[in-house]
Write a protein that binds this ligand. Structure first.
Ligand SMILES: NC(=O)c1ccc[n+]([C@@H]2O[C@H](COP(=O)([O-])OP(=O)(O)OC[C@H]3O[C@@H](n4cnc5c(N)ncnc54)[C@H](OP(=O)(O)O)[C@@H]3O)[C@@H](O)[C@H]2O)c1
Length: 359
């Protein structure tokens, strides 16, 4: 009975957290609810970087919280970061019990539960932990690997092609799929394409048909060299920030810098992803093309798959495949997809799941 009550209020805290999705990185996405005698006194969610954490938002709304219970989706932080430690707001407030879902994996911020217990507050951990962990997958992944959570997204035909042999690809998926993809873009911190896609498609990589709360995602191109500059490059628009990651500098890179592009020199492509994560881009949408997807699968960089499969056959040994690289040798080596979700979008099928690499 007690557990059901805690789950009920934690679900409300999770619903609060969802309001901040896509807008809190490099901080985790957190929600909080303060309850006394079955009444909600206050609720809130973590604000964009530098703003209040969820607990403080909820406390500010609630006013007098003597004897109340705080439900929060992540263990309250115990150290000063960009904002003061949440434990130092909770302890003097009169909150009697703190119930949280996920433990904080960040060694610099962890230990909040113990600090609260030492101050005489009752602490209950792990309520709705699985749901809360899912919300913060990119944050947890970054703390563990110093890499962003990478979603490999593509529109493909039934025979797995991303473009025809003439590199024509617009459009493979239908309007409903494209609208869905814009919703996913809005929740990501950066959208990445390879130099091939930049040259062939001149994509705008903006969010359309979906609401962005806060900053639009960073638009990113990766290539060994910067391509020859072209002034009508849509990434030069001021709708969203853009960046090129290149491995070798040259005059073309200089010309892009003069056009206003942020050009970052890295040692290799993995370093580009590490740089993105260190810069707060914890959830990255990889939008191709086939060579970039191949490299990111073969180097275990992509974490999640998002395929919009249209009822089309494109064919051709030279047509661009989703995994346009070496691939695996035997069926034993094939990558498996876990936690598969399927959804019909118009005539297309969305297939989403987690990429499982061999141990
Ligand atoms: N259907 C879809 O969803 C979709 C989406 C995007 C593009 N496309 C189509 O795909 C075609 C372009 O495909 P593409 O394969 O040529 O383009 P691409 O994958 O965008 O670019 C390939 C280049 O990206 C560079 N690159 C960037 N990051 C890399 C990494 N981590 N590892 C290795 N290389 C990396 C490499 O450049 P260097 O050689 O300089 O190292 C590579 O040659 C176009 O026809 C486009 O329309 C389709």
């Amino acid at each position: 009975m007690m557990t059901d009550k805690h789950k009920h209020w934690m679900q409300l805290a999770l619903a609060e957290a969802i309001k901040g999705l896509g807008n809190t990185h490099p901080n985790p996405t957190v929600g909080a609810v303060i309850v006394r005698d079955g009444q909600v006194l206050g609720k809130g969610f973590t604000q964009p970087v530098g703003g209040n954490h969820a607990e403080v938002e909820a406390l500010q709304v609630a006013g007098d919280v003597a004897g109340a219970t705080l439900y929060v989706t992540l263990e309250p932080c115990a150290s000063q970061g960009r904002t003061p430690a949440c434990t130092s707001a909770i302890i003097p407030s009169g909150i009697q019990t703190v119930v949280y879902a996920s433990s904080d994996p960040n060694p610099q911020m962890a230990g909040g539960a113990q600090v609260l217990k030492d101050a005489g507050i009752e602490v209950i951990a792990g309520v709705c932990k699985e749901d809360a962990d899912m919300l913060n997958r990119p944050f947890f992944h970054y703390i563990q690997h110093k890499m962003p959570w990478v979603i490999a997204k593509a529109a493909i035909s039934l025979d797995g092609k991303m473009a025809t042999r003439t590199l024509h690809s617009q459009w493979i998926s239908g309007a409903e799929s494209r609208k869905h993809a814009h919703g996913v873009r809005a929740l990501c911190d950066a959208i990445v394409v390879g130099v091939g896609t930049l040259i062939h498609d001149n994509p705008s990589l903006t969010v359309r048909d979906a609401v962005i709360i806060g900053q639009p995602p960073l638009r990113v191109m990766m290539g060994k060299h910067a391509p020859k500059p072209f002034a009508d490059c849509k990434l030069l628009s001021d709708e969203a920030p853009s960046r090129f990651y290149i491995i070798h500098d040259n005059d073309d890179a200089l010309a892009w810098r003069e056009l206003g592009m942020d050009v970052v020199l890295v040692e290799n492509y993995e370093a580009a992803f590490q740089h993105l994560a260190a810069d707060g881009c914890l959830q990255v949408l990889l939008e191709g093309g086939g060579k970039l997807h191949a490299a990111c699968l073969e180097h275990c960089i992509s974490n999640e798959l998002l395929l919009y499969q249209a009822p089309l056959l494109i064919g051709g040994v030279d047509a661009m495949s989703f995994w346009h690289g070496t691939g695996v040798e035997t069926m034993q080596d094939a990558l498996h997809i876990a936690n598969i979700q399927r959804q019909i979008l118009g005539d297309d099928m969305l297939i989403r799941g987690d990429i499982v690499y061999p141990a």
